[in-house]
Design a protein around this ligand. Structure first.
Ligand SMILES: Cc1cc2nc3c(=O)[nH]c(=O)nc-3n(C[C@H](O)[C@H](O)[C@H](O)COP(=O)(O)OP(=O)(O)OC[C@H]3O[C@@H](n4cnc5c(N)ncnc54)[C@H](O)[C@@H]3O)c2cc1C
Length: 498
């Protein structure tokens, strides 16, 4: 019998598994697809307070999120880094005084240690914006590699003894009286998607962290009292060739009240997103519509001098936000805050609603606070100061200097890219490699066999898709032939493993 079965390996499930395992609980996490394969790899990838949420008075959420920026910068300096945002003033939209007041609050609602404050700015003709945008503002938030954040939390959970089971679906779950403890406990039927093998897991407590599937699983777990309603809101992004030189992101106001971000992405690209559409289908089938593409390009076009057209879109992705349904007609006004529901009947069950990538750590802490009634002897909170795997260094610049001295035969561009993925885990990725030849086959786009093997051995990657789109973003740069070769390699490695 284990203490905790976490169902769902997105950022919230992985974060809870790590927190719980670090407090000494025995934990199993099951994820029916790849870790982070659903909403948690389809976000805008911002660790942000959410400037826009100030308009809907979500001060608690904004304050907590702003504070988490500094916490996550410290915990994972390899995959989280500061990003400056430029907000062009649009004469027909929010007045300058309103934006200035919002940014003042944004700067002061929580403690800022390393992130610079906001300020006004004048645009020059050298800026990429159209000439009618003369003035604007600049402020700080952070960038995160969302998919890797999930995997690093799963690794952290495993380092504390948790068992991580990707490609394992929770098919069924029943409560029954345990004859030893005389307590009601859960028995879950888990099925390995690859082998079809079934396994029963007995747990004192279950966490439903299935994101957009929370209602579906909840109705199965508690048919008599299904959990609160969830509102599914689809959001899509497009990736285009880099639109401008600088490292700043842009936040573009639109007459519909929404904002669209244009963010430097993976050196050669710009990420544009996002949209908001109510969604009723299967969350795993969410895909961008032609109308969403037109919307994103037309908002961008209204601000920038040079905008790519639809034929230049390199990649796109869509995800489904699992929001708490507060009845608001406008999807963009529905709260992004999270709610946790603890029920003790028939057996302890904690259900996670909503939440953001930004707040996953605080959500996990709150989940553990609630579970103290079930596990009164568990250890105290610990994640505030903890580093995620590979994040035990102070600055990317210093790590680059150290690693360049240690591995002088490694190309600087490759080293820089690896620092942003693995931090100090680079030494594990490299293993015994002493020369470039030791890295093995190059599949293209600086993706070497040694990295692929590491990802399959240590980070639960199983398919070429896992590697191209979540563990790395090499899918953007590999051509069809290179992708096919990577697929063959992963398939044969998987067959050998099985
Ligand atoms: C377009 C978009 C942009 C966003 N941008 C941001 C942003 O910039 N910053 C930010 O902080 N937040 C952002 N968010 C919000 C954030 O992405 C989500 O709140 C977060 O990823 C939700 O994580 P989760 O773990 O709850 O859900 P998910 O990541 O969806 O994980 C749930 C997992 O449960 C699994 N599952 C379901 N049923 C079962 C079962 N029966 N057995 C086993 N596994 C199961 C699924 O496969 C899935 O992987 C954005 C969201 C969207 C959609």
């Amino acid at each position: 019998m284990i203490d905790l079965l976490v169902i769902g390996g997105g950022v919230n499930g992985a974060g809870i598994a790590a927190d719980a395992a670090g407090r000494g609980l025995s934990v199993v996490l099951c994820e029916r697809g790849d870790l982070g394969g659903a909403t948690s790899s389809a976000s805008t990838k911002l660790i942000h307070g959410g400037l826009r949420y100030l308009e809907t008075y979500q001060f608690r959420l904004v304050r907590e999120s702003l504070a988490e920026r500094e916490v996550l910068l410290h915990a994972a300096p390899h995959i989280v880094w500061p990003l400056r945002f430029r907000l062009p003033h649009h004469k027909a939209l929010r007045p300058q005084w309103m934006i200035r007041s919002g940014l003042f609050l944004y700067d002061h609602l929580s403690k800022r240690v390393s992130l610079p404050a906001s300020h006004g700015l004048k645009f020059e003709h050298t800026d990429p914006l159209k000439s009618e945008f003369e003035a604007g503002f600049e402020y700080s938030d952070c960038w995160v590699d969302d998919a890797r954040l999930v995997v690093l939390n799963a690794m952290q959970a495993q380092n504390h003894g948790a068992s991580i089971m990707p490609r394992t679906v929770c098919e069924h779950i029943d409560a029954s009286l345990d004859s030893v403890s005389k307590q009601m406990v859960w028995t879950a039927t888990l099925r390995d998607i690859n082998s079809g093998q079934e396994q029963k897991v007995k747990a004192r407590c279950v966490i439903n962290a299935t994101g957009p599937w929370v209602g579906k699983l909840g109705r199965q777990l508690q048919p008599q009292t299904p959990p609160a309603d969830v509102r599914l809101v689809k959001g899509s992004h497009i990736i285009v060739p880099r639109m401008y030189e600088g490292e700043e992101a842009y936040i573009l106001q639109n007459p519909d009240g929404r904002v669209v971000f244009v963010i430097p992405y993976e050196k050669q690209y710009s990420l544009i997103g996002t949209t908001e559409e109510d969604y009723t289908g299967d969350p795993s089938a969410a895909a961008i519509s032609p109308a969403e593409i037109t919307y994103l390009l037309s908002v961008t076009n209204s601000y920038f001098k040079k905008v790519p057209d639809a034929s230049q879109i390199v990649h796109h992705f869509s995800g489904v936000r699992p929001l708490i349904d507060d009845g608001d007609e406008n999807a963009s006004k529905v709260s992004r805050d999270y709610t946790l529901e603890l029920s003790r009947s028939p057996a302890p069950l904690l259900t996670v609603f909503g939440g953001k990538i930004t707040t996953y750590r605080r959500l996990a802490e709150s989940a553990m606070d609630q579970l103290r009634v079930v596990f009164p002897d568990m250890a105290r909170k610990w994640t505030l100061e903890a580093r995620l795997p590979g994040g035990d260094f102070e600055s990317q610049q210093q790590l680059l200097i150290d690693l360049a001295a240690e591995f002088p035969w490694l190309d600087t561009d490759l080293l820089e890219a690896w620092i942003k993925r693995y931090g100090t885990l680079i030494r594990v990725v490299l293993g015994d490699a002493k020369t470039l030849d030791d890295l093995g086959v190059c599949f293209g786009a600086d993706l070497y066999e040694c990295e692929v093997r590491y990802l399959m051995r240590e980070e639960w990657a199983q398919t070429a898709e896992d590697i191209m789109w979540r563990r790395t973003k090499s899918g953007l740069r590999l051509n069809a032939e290179q992708r096919a070769s990577l697929t063959r390699f992963c398939d044969s490695e998987q067959t050998l493993k099985a």
